[in-house]
Design a binder for this molecule. Structure first.
Ligand SMILES: [Zn+2]
Ligand SMILES: [Zn+2]
Length: 166
């Protein structure tokens, strides 16, 4: 478990407690989140879910922005209850005044592109970059087919490191 994330959650709560001069009950934290979201806050359950994969690829941004963003949702909920907008003025004030951060909404998170090793495959119409996982599957006998020309993909012998946007 990424201990840095737990420490950052705790640090955010201590900042909020100093600022509001009250205590906040600590949430459960897990790393079960998959997909494109870096983190989610579950207000009723006082639960934070983080994406372990995105954390590994973007540690700095994750600790600086994602963790405070999600903690601010739970703090806002404990302060003001369920009647507020998720990214409304109360949440924004916690981000800027308490954490000293820009109040960016979840979907405006700009995750930096990642370096990926891609194996260059070709069909009869174009080139395809396959992940190491897929390339390994091909080596075990699995065949991939181009969804445009329906031709089967064959390995060109080239391996590339590419910056991939997410
Ligand atoms: Zn949010
Ligand atoms: Zn093709």
């Amino acid at each position: 478990m990424p201990v840095d994330v737990f420490n950052k959650v705790e640090a955010c709560y201590q900042q909020a407690e100093r600022y509001f001069d009250r205590t906040f009950s600590r949430p459960q934290v897990n790393f079960a989140l998959r997909g494109k979201a870096a983190g989610t806050a579950h207000l009723q359950r006082n639960l934070l879910r983080f994406n372990a994969l995105l954390y590994q690829e973007n540690r700095e941004h994750f600790l600086q922005q994602t963790v405070p963003h999600e903690v601010a949702h739970l703090v806002a909920h404990q302060l003001y209850g369920g009647g507020i907008q998720p990214h409304g003025p109360q949440w924004q004030a916690i981000m800027t005044a308490v954490f000293g951060l820009p109040a960016q909404r979840c979907h405006t998170y700009k995750l930096p592109p990642v370096w990926k090793t891609l194996y260059a495959y070709a069909c009869s119409c174009r080139e395809h970059g396959l992940s190491g996982q897929r390339h390994a599957r091909v080596l075990r006998g699995y065949g991939y087919v181009c969804r445009h020309c329906k031709g089967s993909l064959s390995f060109s012998g080239r391996v590339e490191r590419k910056l991939v946007e997410r």
